[in-house]
Design a protein around this ligand. Structure first.
Ligand code: C2E
Ligand code: MG
Ligand code: MG
Ligand code: MG
Length: 290
């Protein structure tokens, strides 16, 4: 980071360094300390089976509250962590926490899957599958209750090596999920070659439902494709009963979104799971009876 200016002249803060860059550096510095200081935690957002109204899975989402910066959105710090390589450390921690927490749900008789985001850099680590195997060995959670969320772009670069990796992970029993489906450039041939268990329709296509004809066409097509390929489809970012009803009409099986719940702290999420087990539906779309 130390820039050389002229002969033997060094300075850390360059006068021309933008405020943006400075705050990025401060943010990155804080991020690297946040784990040890206990400022990060993993929250869980329910995924709901539309037909039964039951919670079937939860996505692990990293949360960071910094004393100086306040709540920092993953949309802001994950890209920073990716650029600096720190996402490998963060991701390993999230995976460990998520598997531990899911093992707790199971110990309490609540059998749902946990779904963990994996960034490209993490997935590309040569020892990624070994570390995943170790985490599973160190836990009572059977592998098939864990899913990993990848984006399409991860599979494109170094396609052969990545395909090999995906197959090894599937052999462990871990589910593979395509996240933000439809937003990346994609060559769909990977869908017939790779053991993908689930596809998450990006929320940008869900937002316009039920009125936007183009969104409806796209979501409908993804759902049909999923049925033909035997892949589960989850609609992301469902906020309204109308959006949910539209997905149900198109035979979409699952959703995740504020209509059911935002991501919750582990204790709150467990409470929510218990309520679900007690028979109250995870969400309601009827407006007539209340
Ligand atoms: P994602 O994996 O696509 O996660 C879904 C995002 O949509 C989450 O944002 C979630 O809070 C948000 N969301 C869920 N339901 C709704 C809804 O009904 N309406 C709206 N407007 N938003 C909804 P979040 O938690 O801010 O995370 C953003 C992204 O950051 C994630 O997108 C994921 O790519 C990344 N991320 C979060 N946690 C991790 C992590 O532990 N590891 C990695 N590698 N990436 C993560
Ligand atoms: Mg995700
Ligand atoms: Mg997504
Ligand atoms: Mg994503």
């Amino acid at each position: 980071r130390v820039k050389e200016r002229g002969r033997g002249n060094f300075s850390f803060y360059q006068p021309q360094m933008s405020a943006g860059l400075l705050s990025r550096m401060r943010l990155e510095h804080a991020m690297r300390q946040a784990l040890d200081k206990g400022h990060m935690s993993v929250y869980f957002q329910p995924q709901v089976h539309i037909g039964s109204g039951r919670i079937v899975a939860a996505e692990a989402l990293l949360r960071w509250t910094d004393p100086e910066f306040g709540v920092v959105s993953p949309a802001a710090f994950i890209p920073l962590a990716e650029e600096s390589g720190y996402v490998v450390t963060l991701g390993a921690w999230v995976l460990e926490q998520s598997v531990q927490e899911a093992a707790r749900w199971h110990a309490q008789g609540m059998f749902i899957k946990v779904s963990v985001n994996v960034s490209a850099l993490e997935f590309r680590q040569p020892d990624f599958v070994e570390r995943l195997t170790q985490v599973l060995h160190g836990s009572t959670l059977p592998a098939h209750w864990l899913e990993l969320e990848l984006t399409e772009s991860i599979l494109l670069q170094d396609a052969q090596e990545m395909a090999l990796r995906v197959h090894r992970i599937a052999e462990l029993g871990v589910g593979l999920v395509i996240d933000d489906f439809g937003t990346g450039y994609s060559n769909l041939s990977y869908l017939k070659k790779l053991p993908i268990s689930k596809i998450k329709i990006d929320q940008s296509f869900v937002r316009g439902l039920p009125d936007d004809e183009e969104d409806k066409a796209i979501v409908g097509a993804i759902i049909s494709m999923g049925q033909a390929l035997g892949v589960e489809i989850v609609a992301e970012g469902v906020e309204t009963p109308e959006q949910c009803a539209a997905i149900e009409q198109m035979q979409g099986g699952y959703f995740q979104g504020y209509l059911c719940s935002p991501a919750l702290a582990p204790l709150q999420f467990r409470q929510r799971l218990r309520e679900d087990a007690d028979g109250s539906p995870a969400y309601t779309i009827s407006s007539e009876d209340d």
